[in-house]
Structures are given as structure tokens and as C-alpha cells.
Write a protein that binds this ligand. Structure first.
Ligand code: ADP
Ligand code: ZN
Length: 216
């Protein structure tokens, strides 16, 4: 069983952060904080933040650091974070990482591991443009690699699956570019802090075992 662990999942869009979060959460209940999910929820509820965020997201750009860091800071005060948490898709810039450090310090928490999902570009683009999400429960599928049993219908809840607007080829390419320019520097940032665990495609099938054993 995992002790209380505070984790960050870093990786290019489509590297598998969300998918492996779900797998790990099945075994180890902890808080799952996906900034992409939080933003998509704001968009759905048509809040002011949601309307601003939608423009940036659809262009493949990042939402401003201070806004996103404030959102995460609030979320980290929820009681479920006592069991540990996975930050999925945050931080994405050095500035966000610094703001996170400050937030954690003031909340008396610390990071245990930063998991970097390393995947090559061709695989990423192929995956992103074939990705589908369930409208209702959010489960992630892939037309090529992890299709639904019945075409376009979620295996779990029977609702329709759809392609995220930012998973079009053009937007996917800009998101990948943003990843290299703004997010990749985090690898060095966390490696210096001795927190980094790199996971490649080869480890994919053993990922839960690796994480579990690393995190005992
Ligand atoms: P993926 O990891 O597949 O790119 P996410 O669901 O994590 O997708 O994010 C979707 C979009 O939401 C991003 O392209 C960006 O516009 C916005 N977003 C999510 N997390 C952050 C963040 N930490 N900082 C800035 N923008 C973010
Ligand atoms: Zn579903």
C-alpha cells in the first residue's frame, strides 16, 4: 500500500498522464487534480474564467500562471489531499513550479516524486488526434490503440464519446511546441531537487508496478 504520496505527472499532451492517473487511482485512492479537467469544467459551466480559458485552450496556448496556480492552491486545501495527490498537467512552466513550491510550503506539504512520461513526437501526434473522451464520465479512449467496444459509445456508462476540440492536428502541434518550450525545463528543475522518475514507453505495461514499488 502506498503511504501518503504527493506526486506530479509531467509529460507532453497525450503522453498518458490522465490514463495512468486513473490506473494508479484504482489501486491507491488519492486526490486527482487535473488542471485540464478543472478548466474544461469551467468552460462547460460557462463561467468568466471558462470563457477566457476556452480561447487559449482552443489555440493550444497556456492559461496564465497566476490564475492556474491560484486554482490549484485552493484545490490543495480540500480534505481528500490528506491521502496524497496527483497533480496531472500542473505545473507546466517554471513560474508555476515556483508558485507551487510557495503554496505547498504555506500548506505544510511537500512533493515526493515527479513522474515524467517520455514519449516520442510521432506517437504523441498519432495518439492525440485519435483520442476520444466520454461526454459523461470522462473516460479516455483512443480510436487506434484503445477503442471503445461499440463505436463511439463509452464501455463504462454507455454515453457518447467525442474528440476534444484541441485534439485537432493543428492544435495538437502547437500544444506539443508549447510543451517543449515551456514545460520541458521542469525536468531539469525537478531533477536538481532529486525528485524525478522518468518513465518511457517500454515501461508502459509495468507502470503501476513501477510506481507502486517506487512509492512504497
Ligand atoms: P493535455 O495534457 O492533453 O494537453 P490538459 O487537459 O492537461 O491536456 O490541458 C488542456 C489545456 O488546458 C492546455 O492545452 C492548456 O490550454 C490548459 N491548461 C491545462 N493545465 C494548464 C496549466 N497547468 N497551465 C496553463 N494552462 C493549462
Ligand atoms: Zn462514460
Amino acid at each position: 500500500m502506498l503511504k501518503q504520496k504527493n506526486l506530479i505527472f509531467v509529460g507532453a499532451p497525450g503522453a498518458g498522464k490522465g490514463t495512468f492517473s486513473s490506473l494508479l487511482l484504482e489501486r491507491h485512492p488519492m486526490a486527482h487534480i487535473s488542471t485540464g479537467d478543472i478548466l474544461r469544467d469551467e468552460v462547460k459551466r460557462d463561467t468568466e474564467l471558462g470563457r477566457e480559458a476556452a480561447k487559449l485552450m482552443n489555440a493550444g496556448k497556456l492559461v496564465p500562471d497566476e490564475i492556474i496556480a491560484g486554482m490549484v492552491r485552493d484545490r490543495l486545501t480540500w480534505a481528500d489531499c490528506e491521502n496524497g495527490f496527483i497533480l496531472d498537467g500542473f505545473p507546466r512552466t517554471i513560474r508555476q513550479a515556483e508558485l507551487l513550491d510557495e503554496a505547498l510550503k504555506s500548506l505544510g506539504k511537500q512533493l515526493d516524486r515527479v513522474v515524467y512520461f517520455k514519449v516520442d513526437d510521432q506517437t504523441i501526434l498519432k495518439r492525440l488526434t485519435a483520442r476520444q473522451n466520454c461526454k459523461k464520465c470522462g473516460k479516455i479512449y483512443n480510436k487506434l490503440f484503445m477503442p471503445t467496444k461499440v463505436e463511439n459509445i463509452c464501455d463504462d456508462c454507455g454515453s457518447e464519446v467525442f474528440q476534444r476540440p484541441d485534439d485537432s492536428l493543428e492544435t495538437a502541434k502547437s500544444r506539443l511546441e508549447v510543451f517543449y518550450r515551456q514545460t520541458l525545463p521542469l525536468i531539469e528543475y525537478y531533477s536538481k531537487k532529486n525528485l524525478l522518475l522518468e518513465i518511457t514507453e517500454l515501461d508502459k505495461d509495468r507502470i503501476c508496478e513501477i510506481l507502486s514499488s517506487e512509492l512504497e
